[in-house]
Write a protein that binds this ligand. Structure first.
Ligand SMILES: Cc1ncc(COP(=O)(O)O)c(C=O)c1O
Length: 397
C-alpha cells in the first residue's frame, strides 16, 4: 500500500532523466546507443578547477559550509554579475545552492502560494511546471511556435497576466529550443511587466555562456524590473561541472532571505569542496567555456545539416544552449510496418529501439509535436546518430 502525500503523488518524474536511465540500461546490456538525451556537456571539468577541489580536500574543507554558501564565493558571484552583466547585487542577495535546479526550487517555494499563477512560456524546461505544482501554484503555460522562434511575445505575456499572477519564468538561452532573446525582445517583455509591479521575474540564465549570437542579455538590466528579478545561474553547464552541484540565485533581499531560511532547514549549505572548485571556475578564466562553445557551435551545424536531410522535419536554428528541438509531426500516423508513430513519445522510443539513438519526447517540455536532441556529444557519435536517424525516418511510410 502506498501512502504518498498528495503533493508527491501529483509530481511527474523528470522525462529527461527517465530517458537517460533507459539508455544506460540498454548500454549496460551491451547495446551501442548514442545518447542524445543528456542535458550536460560531455567535456571534463577543467584541470585548474579539479585542482581546486583536490586542494580543498587537502586543506580540510570538510566542515559544514555557511548556510548561504562561502562568503568569498558569494562575492565572486557579485563580481561576475557586475563584470559580465553590469548588474548590481550585494553578497547578502546571493545564495549558493545545490545546483541551479535547487536555486529555482528555493525561489519558487519562497514566493508561490496555493493558487498563485506562474506564467511559463512553452516549450519549457521540464522542472519549471513541476516545481510550481509542488508549491501549490498553477502554471499558466504560454505556447509559442516556430514562427516566433519559440519566444513569447509581449502581447501574449500581457494577455496571460491576471490578479493571481505571481511570477514569470524566463529561460534564455532556452532548454529545449536553444532560442536566445535579444535585448530588444527582453526590453519589450520588461515594459509589459513594468505595469504589474507585483510580478516576480525568474530569469534562468544557466546557459548564459553557451550563446552563439553575441553577448548574453539579462532581463535584469532593465531598471523597471531589476528590483524584482531573480537571476538563476550556476557552474554546471558553462564549466562542465554538472556533478559538482553548485548553482546560485541573486535576488531582491526579501527573496534571498526567504531562500536562505528554506535552505537552512532543507539542505544546509552546499558541498564545501564543490564550492571551492566553483570559486576557481568563476574567478580564473582560461578560455575553457569559449573553446567549449565553439565546439558546440560546430556540432550544432552538424546536427542541423543532418536534420535538414530528413524530409518533413521543421526546426528553428538554435542560437544557444546545446539542443535542437525539431517538430516531428510529419511522421505522425506513419509506420515502418511494425511500429506506428502516433506521437513524439512513440517516435522517441522508435528511434531508441530501431536507430539506437536516445532523444527526449517533447511532451515533458510542453510541446508534444517535437523531440529534443542534445548535441553535447562527440562529433563522430553525432554523425553516426544522424545517419541512423535518417535511415529510421526513411522507413516510416
Ligand atoms: C534550463 C535549465 N535550468 C536549470 C538547470 C539545472 O542546472 P543544475 O544542474 O545546475 O541544477 C538545467 C539543467 O538541465 C537547465 O537545463
Amino acid at each position: 500500500m502506498e501512502l504518498l502525500s498528495k503533493r508527491l503523488a501529483g509530481l511527474s518524474e523528470s522525462q529527461t532523466m527517465a530517458m537517460n536511465q533507459k539508455t544506460q540500461d540498454l548500454q549496460a546490456q551491451g547495446v551501442d546507443v548514442v545518447n542524445l538525451s543528456v542535458g550536460e556537456p560531455d567535456f571534463f571539468t577543467p584541470d585548474h578547477v579539479k585542482a581546486a577541489a583536490k586542494e580543498a580536500v587537502d586543506k580540510n574543507f570538510s566542515f559544514y559550509s555557511p548556510g548561504d554558501g562561502y562568503m568569498d564565493l558569494r562575492k565572486a558571484v557579485v563580481a561576475k554579475l557586475k563584470n559580465e552583466n553590469n548588474l548590481n547585487f550585494e553578497p547578502k542577495q546571493v545564495i549558493v545552492c545545490n545546483g541551479a535546479k535547487h536555486a529555482l526550487a528555493n525561489t519558487v517555494m519562497s514566493i508561490v502560494d496555493d493558487g498563485d499563477e506562474v506564467i511559463v512560456p512553452a516549450p519549457y524546461w521540464v522542472t519549471y511546471v513541476e516545481l510550481v505544482k509542488l508549491a501549490g501554484g498553477i502554471s499558466v503555460v504560454l505556447p509559442t511556435t516556430l514562427a516566433t522562434d519559440y519566444k513569447v511575445t509581449p502581447e501574449q505575456l500581457e494577455a496571460a497576466i491576471t490578479p493571481k499572477t505571481k511570477a514569470f519564468m524566463l529561460c534564455s538561452p532556452s532548454n529545449p529550443t536553444g532560442s536566445v532573446y535579444s535585448r530588444e525582445e527582453l526590453k519589450a517583455l520588461a515594459d509589459v511587466l513594468a505595469r504589474y509591479p507585483r510580478i516576480i521575474i525568474i530569469a534562468d540564465e544557466i546557459y548564459e555562456h553557451i550563446n552563439f549570437v553575441g553577448r548574453h542579455q539579462s532581463i535584469a538590466q532593465f531598471e523597471n524590473v531589476s528590483a524584482r528579478t531573480v537571476i538563476i545561474n550556476g557552474v554546471s553547464k558553462c564549466y562542465a561541472m554538472t556533478g559538482y552541484r553548485i548553482g546560485y540565485l541573486a535576488a531582491p533581499l526579501w527573496i534571498a532571505k526567504a531562500c536562505s531560511k528554506l535552505q537552512s532547514q532543507f539542505t544546509s549549505g552546499p558541498s564545501s569542496i564543490a564550492q571551492r572548485a566553483a570559486l576557481t571556475a568563476l574567478t580564473v578564466n582560461n578560455n575553457f567555456t569559449e573553446d567549449m562553445k565553439q565546439v558546440f557551435k560546430r556540432r550544432r551545424d552538424l546536427v542541423l545539416k543532418g536534420l535538414s536531410e530528413i524530409p518533413g522535419l521543421k526546426f528553428n536554428i538554435p542560437q544557444g544552449a546545446f539542443y535542437v528541438f525539431p517538430d516531428v509531426t510529419a511522421c505522425f500516423g506513419k509506420s515502418d510496418g511494425e511500429t506506428t508513430i502516433n506521437n513524439s513519445s512513440d517516435l522517441s522510443l522508435y528511434l531508441l529501439s530501431k536507430a539506437f539513438v536516445a532523444t527526449v519526447s517533447g511532451d515533458g517540455f510542453g510541446e508534444p509535436n517535437c523531440i529534443r536532441i542534445s548535441y553535447a556529444t562527440a562529433d563522430e557519435k553525432l554523425t553516426k546518430a544522424m545517419a541512423s536517424m535518417k535511415e529510421a525516418f526513411s522507413k516510416l511510410k
